[in-house]
Design a protein around this ligand. Structure first.
Ligand code: APR
Length: 231
């Protein structure tokens, strides 16, 4: 086995204290995604959208990676072949845990995108309509560097290249409710990969996986990594 591709979702960060989206008390049970996570919402109510992402960005100062994030960083360090992590998450817990080969397909909270010059800049504090682009200095043109519903996820070419050569595809903490991420298991399987779902409960696309293991990420991910490293 030479190549492992891993897709993570909000479930891997829940035990670090970051809410998921579709669980019982998930983010979308409190906020209507149509008012916060679409280009139209931002056009209609920019301040409300800025505040939503400012609150989630502020939380990053208070949370830490959990044993599941650290187990994946260990896998990348110790596995003899390649490990690619594709995350739908916009937190920075994978990189804080030490993961290097990481693709943020839905963007990142700690990044600002300028609608004038297109530059992406690190952004740790609050963002408002008065924030200036660090690159072109235009005021009022920054938006959260987040892929909203109806927008194309980032790095899709790189993602499909990884899926084309994966020997093992593991999905962790994702409900399989959002496309194209929910299709990655089929893509990997078509290319001959063994596919595994590590999740608290059956995902919507559970039947597409060769193997499913249910439990909390901090329990089942370190166990599975140990099993892979033992060969
Ligand atoms: N351990 C493992 N899995 C867990 C845990 C846990 N401790 N807690 C929750 N889960 C599982 C839930 O059972 C659920 O299947 O994680 C999954 C989280 O699903 P969602 O909340 O739908 O999150 P995700 O799949 O990442 O959403 C995909 O939707 O709203 C958009 O852009 C947003 O990236 C997000 C995308």
């Amino acid at each position: 086995m030479n190549s492992i591709v891993i897709l993570t979702g909000a479930g891997i960060s829940v035990e670090s204290g970051i809410a998921s989206f579709r669980d019982a008390h998930g983010i979308w049970s409190k906020f209507d995604w149509r008012d916060y996570a679409t280009p139209d919402a931002f056009a209609r109510h920019p301040a409300r959208v800025y505040d939503f992402y400012n609150a989630r960005r502020r939380q990053l100062h208070e949370v830490k990676p959990n044993e599941a994030h650290y187990a994946l960083a260990r896998l990348e360090r110790e596995f003899s072949g390649s490990v690619t992590i594709i995350t739908q998450n916009v937190d920075d817990l994978h990189e804080t845990a030490g993961t290097k080969n990481l693709i943020h397909m839905h963007g990142q909270l700690r990044s600002a995108l300028c609608r004038s010059c297109g530059a992406r800049s690190p952004w740790l504090g609050d963002m408002t309509i008065d924030s200036r682009c660090p690159s072109c200095e235009s005021p009022g043109r920054l938006r959260p560097d987040i892929v909203w519903f109806g927008e194309m996820p980032y790095h899709m070419d790189k993602i499909y290249q990884a899926l084309a050569t994966a020997d093992l595809f593991i999905a962790i903490g994702t409900s399989g409710a959002v496309y194209p991420a929910a299709d990655f298991v089929e893509e990997a399987s078509l290319n001959g990969a063994h596919t595994v779902m590590l999740n608290l409960e059956p995902s919507e696309n559970a039947s597409a996986f060769h193997e499913t293991i249910h439990g909390k990420a901090t329990d089942i991910v370190p166990e599975y990594v140990e099993k892979v490293l033992r060969g």
